[in-house]
Design a protein around this ligand. Structure first.
Ligand SMILES: *Cc1c(COP(=O)(O)O)cnc(C)c1O
Length: 360
């Protein structure tokens, strides 16, 4: 997380905090207040709240607005993400009735329209976070669903953005949250710790009346976050508001220019010029992939350092690095151990040098 987030957590953890105390009124306040103000400003939404993670957000929304009612979703968006979280399964747990429409590759507006009946509570969009459908495809936009719902004076439009982004990376197709809010969507949820680069959290934004209903739900207490999460999120959102994007490691690393990566490689290899050096290094062109399945198919050009040792094969090098005093997880590709300095900061370099020097 950003340095601001880290120090804010330390401050809140070791001191008194006014998390649930309203300093102006001198009485019990609400823990949502500060992050809500920041989120409204950053996304243009009417209201906001934070729960434990985005999985919790999806569950809370479905349970609150669609218990024993129908949720219409495209077959192309019935996704599974890492850790075996499935939209279809969480829906079942929430007691919402899944009404799947369209096909894996193509879903039309008439598919949604034909599914709407008096039992329909939500038309749901789910961002295909970790995969892509290409070729003969068709999907309906959130804006089109918003217009469709207007025609029928129901149901709610809810979009699960998965990662969500408060920053325009200008690559991949991660939607910028404020653009999604502009469509007039009722509710949006996304993770605090994927592309946002903050603490584990689920962020829910949207229409005030609906968010108020969520805040009052019994489950909100069950899914609520700790003061340290809120402190970290508040500081991270502050970075966004002040446009300090380079303070957020996720954005900084994804946007890092090649020349900076090359400089870091040089800083590292400079430590190995002596005669008893057993390491053989070679700089190669390669590509970085965004972690956690975010931005599928996007390869960011990078430079990697291919690492060889006079006496050890690649698998041995890879495992020794993992078992060093500071474990280093390198990339192993076609029997080559590769270090991508995009995610190795200049402060990390001396630590990595030490681990390398200890491997005989
Ligand atoms: C990651 C993801 C979730 C779950 O979010 P967590 O914050 O990891 O709980 C839900 N929906 C989609 C589309 C996702 O990509």
């Amino acid at each position: 997380m950003s340095n601001d987030a880290v120090s804010q957590v330390a401050a809140v953890a070791g001191n008194y905090s006014n998390l649930e105390y309203d300093l102006n009124k001198g009485e019990r306040g609400t823990r949502h207040k500060i992050t809500e103000v920041l989120l409204k400003e950053l996304t243009g939404s009417e209201a906001a709240m934070v729960v434990n993670n985005n999985a919790a957000a999806v569950f809370l929304i479905l349970r609150t607005f669609a218990k024993q009612k129908e949720v219409v979703i495209s077959r192309g968006e019935l996704i599974e993400i890492g850790g075996a979280f499935r939209i279809s399964s969480i829906m079942e747990e929430s007691d919402a009735i899944l009404k799947e429409v369209g096909t894996t590759n193509r879903t039309h507006l008439y598919d949604y329209e034909q599914a709407i009946n008096k039992e329909t509570a939500i038309l749901m969009k789910v961002h295909q976070s970790n995969f892509k459908t290409i070729g003969f495809t068709h999907a309906i936009s959130t804006k089109q669903l918003v217009n469709l719902a207007k025609k029928y004076h129901q149901p709610l439009i809810y979009e699960d953005l998965g990662s969500g982004s408060l920053y325009d990376f200008k690559m991949g197709n991660e939607p910028v949250v404020s653009k999604v809010i502009e469509t007039g969507v009722d509710l949006v949820s996304f993770s605090g710790d994927k592309l946002i680069g903050g603490p584990q959290a689920g962020i829910i934004i949207g229409k005030k009346e609906l968010i108020n209903k969520l805040k009052r739900h019994q489950l909100t207490r069950v899914l609520r976050v700790d003061k340290m999460t809120l402190a970290a999120l508040e500081a991270t959102l502050g970075n966004y508001l002040r446009e300090e994007f380079n303070n957020i490691p996720t954005i900084r690393d994804i946007s890092l220019p090649i020349c900076e990566i090359e400089k870091r490689i040089m800083m590292f290899t400079d430590h190995f010029n002596n005669n008893d050096n057993k390491w053989i290094f070679k700089i190669e062109n390669s590509a970085s992939q965004v972690g956690g399945g975010a931005m599928p198919g996007i390869e960011i050009p990078t430079l990697v350092l291919a690492v060889k040792h006079l006496n050890l094969d690649s698998h041995t090098i890879h495992s020794r690095l993992r078992q060093g005093t500071s474990p280093i997880i390198a990339r192993l590709k076609k029997n080559h151990v590769l270090l991508d300095f995009r995610t190795i900061t200049t402060e990390d370099i001396p630590i990595i040098v030490e681990v390398f020097k200890k491997i005989e």
